[in-house]
Design a protein around this ligand. Structure first.
Ligand code: T4K
Length: 443
């Protein structure tokens, strides 16, 4: 185990902390995001941070040792990015590659594609799943399958692909604000935004934290609206014992390199029955129904055999990698508690999390701004990301929409200005986590 390369932070008392902004008048939800759940616990910052870090490093090291991290990140000189894709041992992938070379079945629903669908259905506990080449195509096909028109209510606090899928489909995004605790769509705001032109709701399980799925699905039923969850971050997430992917009409997963389960590029649509899967399978294959018949304006969204084969090997490791992510999440939470002005998003409660991201919100009580902290970490060779800054609604193709006004989206706007996603990935070394915590505690 590598020793913590940084000295533990000098321990300031709460009163010594300068503010980086005067307290302003905030809307209630924004104030809530700021305050009540901030684990300030006066005096805890005066606790022996050094001891916490040392203990974390010992415990963390022991857990990682048990998990046999053969290529753990141990070179602090290398840049540390927000994520680093997990890859299985190459030797386990090559026999599958050899079979592809032998059979020359490269794509169009080959044996690896079929097997991965089968195994993912079991692993995720979902009725049906259709594999795609990425989540963006999968979103566009999902919207097409539901035959939508007019307006779709969605979140401004996401990766731009969420709204881009709507524009590609000729649909108008209507942005509404998010909940201050989860940063997912606020059901009350959704309901308030429904008009006669609304045909669907497109929420995102941001960072893999489940939306208020019961409330959103109930709104959909009450108003006759379709619900498509952008579940790009939510691989393996369960809500009250049930896969979060089984809520709504359709859910869309991403298997991009940066996701907890990756096939280099990839994605999927989860649906409730075989008839819907059949429709989606046709849509992702140009709309073909057999050799000579085309039944819809489909596109090419198919996953190749190469990606599907990799997915099969990756699936053998997904539980182990989840365990490592959980350890890192716990280490950050413990190490950052009591750091004034830094808020971690709430824990998963009775949901099963996947620890895809570790966002912190840097508030006005923190000694320096979010961007200054970002730069300080980068100087240490650590590269967090400001997911999701700017808001989607601030990009040129969205900003003239009536719903894009920043003052209508106060919680999302505040989150975008404060968020910093810290590095989290299976082979992230404990010493690096300790280093990040130490720098944040002592910027
Ligand atoms: N919906 C939501 C809510 C999403 O977040 C996304 C994608 C989508 C839909 C669409 O899913 P896909 O169509 O992609 O399946 C990344 C990803 O490209 C994007 O997939 C992801 N969300 C988004 C949140 O993050 P960037 O521009 O930040 O990626 P990039 O290339 O800067 O990667 C981040 C870090 O990851 C790098 O600094 C280093 C590391 N990395 C990345 C790649 C690609 C590696 O170590 N190896 C790699 O191959 O968008």
């Amino acid at each position: 185990m590598q020793a913590n390369p940084l000295r533990a932070p000098s321990v300031d008392t709460e009163g010594d902390m300068p503010l980086n902004g005067a307290a302003e008048q905030k809307p209630t939800a924004a104030a809530e995001m700021d305050g009540e759940r901030l684990p300030l616990a006066p005096g805890t910052l005066g606790a022996p941070v050094q001891a916490i870090l040392q203990r974390l490093e010992q415990e963390f090291g022991r857990i990682l040792d048990e998990a046999d991290v053969s290529d753990a990140e141990t070179t602090p000189a290398e840049p540390i990015f927000v994520t680093r894709p997990f890859l299985p041992p190459l030797g386990e992938f090559t026999p599958l590659l050899e079979r592809i070379w032998r059979t020359r079945v490269l794509t169009n629903g080959g044996p690896y594609h079929r097997e991965l669908e089968h195994r993912l259905r079991d692993h995720l506990g979902v009725p049906e799943i259709a594999l795609f080449n990425n989540a963006t195509t999968a979103l566009i096909v999902a919207l097409r399958a539901l035959d939508l028109s007019g307006e779709v209510i969605t979140t401004p606090y996401s990766f731009v692909a969420t709204s881009h899928a709507l524009l590609w489909s000729g649909l108008t995004p209507v942005f509404v604000d998010v909940d201050p605790h989860t940063l997912n769509l606020d059901p009350a705001a959704i309901e308030a935004a429904i008009t006669p032109r609304t045909s669907a709701i497109l929420p995102v399980h941001c960072y893999g934290h489940p939306c208020d799925v019961e409330a959103i699905d109930a709104i959909g039923r009450r108003h006759g609206l379709k619900v498509i969850y952008d579940a790009a971050h939510a691989f393996g997430v369960r809500h009250r014992g049930r896969s979060v992917l089984t809520f709504g009409d359709l859910s869309v997963l991403s298997f991009h390199a940066t996701k907890v389960f990756n096939t280099f590029e990839g994605g999927a649509v989860v649906c409730a029955d075989a008839a819907r899967k059949d429709q989606i399978d046709k849509l992702k294959n140009f709309g073909h129904d057999g050799e000579t018949c085309v039944v819809d304006v489909g596109m090419n969204g198919k996953m190749s055999e190469l990606n599907a084969a990799l997915g099969l090997v990756q699936l053998n490791y997904v539980d182990t990698t989840l365990g490592r992510r959980r350890t890192i999440d716990a280490a950050y939470r413990e190490g950052l508690q009591g750091v004034r002005g830094v808020r971690c998003l709430d824990d998963a409660n009775d949901d099963t999390a996947n620890y895809a991201y570790f966002p912190i919100l840097v508030g006005p009580e923190y000694p320096i701004s979010r961007d200054a902290l970002n730069e300080a970490l980068k100087r240490d060779g650590v590269h967090p990301r400001r997911y999701f800054y700017p808001l989607i609604s601030e990009f040129p193709m969205y900003r003239s929409l009536p719903s894009a006004r920043r003052d209508l989206l106060p919680v999302a706007a505040l989150a975008a200005d404060r968020v910093l996603c810290l590095p989290i990935y299976p082979d992230l070394d404990a010493a690096v986590v300790a280093r990040v915590i130490a720098r944040i505690a002592n910027p």
